[in-house]
Design a protein around this ligand. Structure first.
Ligand SMILES: [Zn+2]
Length: 152
């Protein structure tokens, strides 16, 4: 766990992290490490920004055929960071803002939140997993249909 004080120090802060474990519900098992490259910049007194990349491989289960499936994560981070104090005062329609105590900023929390957003909602062993099953059933039924047609 890495805690930073984002209220002081010099910016931008650049980091290259390799995490061995990640605490995110509904994701697969992390294979090797989760690699994060990020840069935190200070835009104004109460507004920071984080840019970066997350790359990792997870072992998950295909939701259609239950086969063990590798999920490759390769996503970018582009999020505003504000102190939790701003949460109620904030009326801006910012697309994505991560709120945390800036004085004791836990970088893992930010990474976990971003990973949860990047992680696919539907895990498939193959992009056509469900479609493939459908065609298979159709093809299998086809000869029977023909025979039935002949009998009739
Ligand atoms: Zn599948």
């Amino acid at each position: 766990m890495k805690i930073l004080n984002l209220n002081e120090g010099s910016f931008p802060i650049e980091m290259d992290l390799n995490l061995n474990s990640i605490d995110v519900p509904d994701v697969g098992i992390l294979k090797d490490t989760l690699n994060v490259e990020l840069k935190i910049s200070k835009l104004s007194l109460n507004l920071l920004k984080c840019d970066g990349y997350i790359t990792a491989t997870f072992i998950d289960t295909c939701q259609y055929c239950l086969k063990k499936t590798e999920v490759l994560i390769d996503g970018s981070i582009d999020v505003a960071i504000k102190d939790t104090k701003e949460l109620h005062a904030d009326s801006s329609e910012q697309d994505q803002t991560h709120y945390q105590d800036l004085e004791y900023f836990n970088i893992d929390n930010l990474i976990e939140e971003e990973l949860a957003l990047i992680y696919p909602d539907i895990v498939r062993c193959d992009r056509k997993c469900l479609a493939k099953e459908d065609t298979l059933i159709e093809e299998k039924n086809l000869p029977f249909k023909k025979i039935r047609d002949l009998i009739d």
